[in-house]
Design a protein around this ligand. Structure first.
Ligand SMILES: Nc1ncnc2c1ncn2[C@@H]1O[C@H](COP(=O)(O)OP(=O)(O)OP(=O)(O)O)[C@@H](O)[C@H]1O
Length: 307
């Protein structure tokens, strides 16, 4: 693993730039690097209709563990991340964060617990007219007082911290740009830079690579993985890039129809497992569809590398 200070993505063939290490958040009372334990116990979520978006699901994620969530559209990945991030309340079952049941806590205790979690949604909620520096430093709001947060809207505090985070994503030259002057991929990385400036013990990241080209996607994922590993933070990341999930994560959970189909290391996930996970049951088999790639018998024992 590369050291945190020089791990930012670099264009191929160019010498590595010197990137300052991220300063540590002072005085928050939250130990940087203390990973958060996350668990679902027979958790279900109904978003209103009869179908469950998450169906009687149990998983246990140790502090500092790195887990990829994969599965077809509508499988329940965002819903699972929402439940783990205490944004979505399970309609049945329990979620546990560091052993505590968030939905039974008082308001202030729940807010304290949520500070331990950093959730990055699929579509970054970045105000278009905001400066990038302000957008990134929003990742520090949970650890700032109200007064300091309001003051930061007027004048950016600690811009060097935002600059260091942006540098990890090769965006340091965009520090003072307006958000609406960024490309979709730049906006996505600005949103991820928020995770780097936060002192959360768990990163729950929903499809962080959807707007990125393949090279940037790999580099960006590496920054997230290295940052989490360096801090000992827990990382749960939903991905549609199955190859990257299998290459970069030690544990991969396959979700389909709100249920866990498999939950194991990539070395024990075969092409057949991937093909079944993504099987489109509305259409019959045809050449080029996932099941056509599966070798009968031996496929399940080989790591999948077919997407
Ligand atoms: N707010 C909502 N109201 C009603 N149904 C919802 C809501 N959010 C999600 N769903 C439904 O819950 C199911 C799971 O959705 P979810 O967004 O968790 O899937 P996903 O695996 O993240 O999908 P994608 O890969 O397309 O982002 C889907 O059937 C979806 O239509």
């Amino acid at each position: 693993m590369r050291p945190a200070a020089d791990a930012g993505p670099q264009p191929a063939g160019q010498p590595a730039r010197q990137v300052p290490a991220l300063p540590v958040a002072p005085g928050t009372g939250v130990a940087l690097g203390a990973g958060v334990a996350l668990a679902l116990e027979r958790a279900s979520v109904h978003h209103g209709g009869p179908r469950c978006a998450l169906c009687d699901t149990s998983v246990s994620i140790a502090p500092g563990e790195q887990v990829a969530l994969i599965g077809p559209s509508g499988a329940g990945k965002t819903t699972m991340l929402g439940v783990l991030g205490c944004a979505v309340r399970p309609t049945a079952g329990r979620v546990l964060v560091d052993g505590a049941e968030p939905w039974s806590l008082s308001g202030p205790a729940l807010r304290t617990l949520r500070r331990r979690l950093f959730s990055a949604p699929q579509t970054p909620p970045l105000p278009p007219r905001q400066r990038v520096v302000t957008a990134v430093l929003a990742g520090r709001l949970p650890q700032w007082s109200l007064r300091r947060s309001l003051a930061s809207l007027w004048r950016a505090r600690e811009p060097e911290i935002a600059a260091a985070a942006l540098a990890r994503f090769s965006l340091d030259d965009r520090l003072w740009s307006r958000v609406d002057r960024l490309s979709g991929g730049e906006r996505q990385r600005v949103s991820l830079a928020r995770a780097l400036v936060s002192d959360a013990g768990a990163f729950l990241i929903d499809e962080p690579l959807s707007a990125l080209d393949p090279t940037l996607a790999g580099q960006t994922l590496d920054v997230l993985i290295e940052t989490a590993a360096t801090r000992g933070a827990t990382l749960v990341c939903s991905l549609h890039q199955v190859d990257l999930a299998l290459e970069r994560f030690p544990r991969v959970i396959g979700l389909r129809d709100g249920s866990v189909v498999f939950d194991r290391p990539p070395s024990r996930i075969g092409r057949e497992d991937i093909a079944r996970l993504y099987l489109n049951r509305d259409a019959g088999p045809s050449p080029g569809r996932p099941e056509a790639d599966v070798d009968d018998g031996s496929a399940a024992s080989r790591p999948a590398r077919c997407f």
